[in-house]
Design a protein around this ligand. Structure first.
Ligand code: CA
Length: 480
């Protein structure tokens, strides 16, 4: 064996780029069938990579879905079934320190690690990105953010034009950005600023990198550059027009990052994942004022364990290691991202076992069986749940009087014909699988939308009012 062989092997480890969209509707990219929004960069990745047609996240809304993705473990393993608070003073809420992020598994073996965008996994010091394995952080700790820099100080309206509560204010979305341990600069449309930082990050250095690019686009508040809104001026209502412009901007940002990879000669050996953290907001999922997303034929949307809430646009792209132009049909999970990257990066596997699988042997044709016997969900203090096998799905919506439902996913992929009464054996079999899975979980240790959450939000509203009043009273220096 020639000298230096081991080093040469190490150098072949791919760069990892995980791009996450926020509340993106299943049918709102070109590669998932939209003829309304323009996403040429995503479509090119899909055409030259693998589209995971039955790709799922582990929770139908933001925080818990991200906990599952970043740890590669079902978040029910550590009792996380709700969004964490954004308060930097809340020492109780955050991704438990007993868990490891994929960055904590790859940084010790030589990966340069970064997160750009939305964190949402705890805002007090022990839970912040720099304490969770990331060398670089540019973004925000909260669950959402305003898209324009002047929104930070001038748009203190609590309600958006359509009457929905302005998420940005309630969840810290008008606080300054963070840039490592400093206040982050932010002087253009946020999606573009995040993309620019990501493009710079991937160009740096020669060591392998792991970048988690977590856009808040196209999550509310609905804000986009005028020229992009004009591009969709034929679209009604205005909410969907702006939402499409936000997706368009995200796609252009992804184009900037791909260009940076090409220019630095890194594109071929960079494994890119793209997915959404949950389904889009849609009236059929109970959203009245937030109705701009299109989940296509999938039932319901964000917040639901029906397909519209958990099945998302999902692709992988890696010229050096994956086939091009492939559509993969077996169910896969966002949990598989950590398992795949830790396997390829020869990362640290100590600590709690990962729940996902390395997808590469399944996608390159080495294996023909299904990656998962079943995927599982548990939401809303365990009152909602679901199990999906390659051929069937059983579910119950949380906090709902609807009885459990069962669907044949081969003949009925859009969940229209409930067969729970006619398939008792299958029902028993799936229940047993779910119970076995759940026996290793913890009860929800955080708080759902109860009195504590209401009081917390009221406190934040009052603090926000106080900040607004203080700003008006602030003395002005006069320089002559
Ligand atoms: Ca989300």
């Amino acid at each position: 064996m020639p000298a230096g062989h081991a080093d040469a092997t190490v150098e072949k480890r791919p760069n990892i780029l995980i791009i996450l969209a926020d509340d993106l509707g299943y049918a709102d990219t070109g590669f998932t069938g939209s003829n309304q929004v323009q996403t040429p960069n995503l479509d090119r990745l899909a055409a030259n990579g693998v589209v995971l047609e039955n790709g799922y996240v582990t929770h139908p809304y933001c925080g818990p879905s991200r906990s599952g993705l970043i740890t590669g473990r079902y978040q029910a393993r550590f009792g996380n079934e709700t969004n964490f608070t954004y308060s930097p003073y809340d020492l109780h809420q955050g991704l438990p320190l007993t868990e490891k992020t994929f960055a904590e598994r790859l940084k010790p073996v030589g990966y340069r690690t970064g997160i750009i965008g939305k964190w949402h996994l705890g805002a007090s010091f022990p839970f912040q990105p720099k304490q969770r394995g990331f060398d670089h952080f540019y973004g925000f700790l909260s669950g959402g953010h305003s898209y324009w820099p002047d929104s930070v100080t001038t748009q203190l309206d609590l309600y958006s034009p359509n009457g929905a509560i302005n998420y940005s204010i309630n969840e810290g979305g008008k606080l300054p950005l963070s840039h490592n341990d400093q206040v982050g600069e932010f002087d253009e449309y946020l999606t573009t600023a995040l993309s620019r930082d990501a493009a710079a990050f991937v160009k740096e250095g020669n060591e392998p990198f792991l970048l988690y690019l977590a856009y808040n686009a196209p999550h509310s508040p609905l804000e986009a550059p005028d020229e992009l809104i004009q591009k969709y001026r034929h679209v009604e209502p205005w909410t969907r027009r702006v939402y499409l412009a936000m997706i368009d901007s995200m796609d252009q940002g992804i184009g900037m990052v791909i260009e940076a990879l090409e220019e630095s000669g890194k594109l071929d050996n960079t494994l890119i994942f793209f997915l959404s953290d949950n389904g889009g907001v849609a009236p059929k999922a109970g959203y009245v004022n937030e109705d701009w997303a299109d989940n296509g034929p999938l039932r319901k949307g964000k917040g639901s364990v029906f397909e519209g809430g958990c099945r998302v646009p999902y692709l992988m792209h890696w010229p050096d290691g994956l086939p091009r132009g492939k559509v993969y049909e077996f169910p896969v999970s966002s949990l598989d991202i950590a398992a795949t990257t830790v396997a390829l990066g020869q990362g640290d596997t100590r600590g709690h076992p990962l729940d996902g699988v390395n997808l590469i042997p399944f996608l390159d044709g080495t294996r023909n069986d299904a990656p998962h016997i079943a995927l599982f969900w548990r939401i809303r203090d365990g009152t909602g749940w679901a199990i999906r096998t390659p051929t069937a799905k059983m579910l119950k919506e949380g906090y709902s009087s609807r009885p459990p439902e069962l669907y044949d996913m081969q003949s009925d992929p859009y969940e229209s014909d409930n067969v729970i009464d006619s398939r008792p054996e299958l029902r028993q079999q799936l229940a047993q699988l779910w119970n076995t899975w759940n026996s290793k979980n913890q009860s929800n240790r955080f708080l759902q939308s109860n009195e504590y959450q209401k009081e917390r939000l009221e406190l934040y509203r009052q603090l926000d009012e106080q900040l607004k009043a203080d700003a008006l009273k602030r003395p002005q220096l006069v320089i002559e």
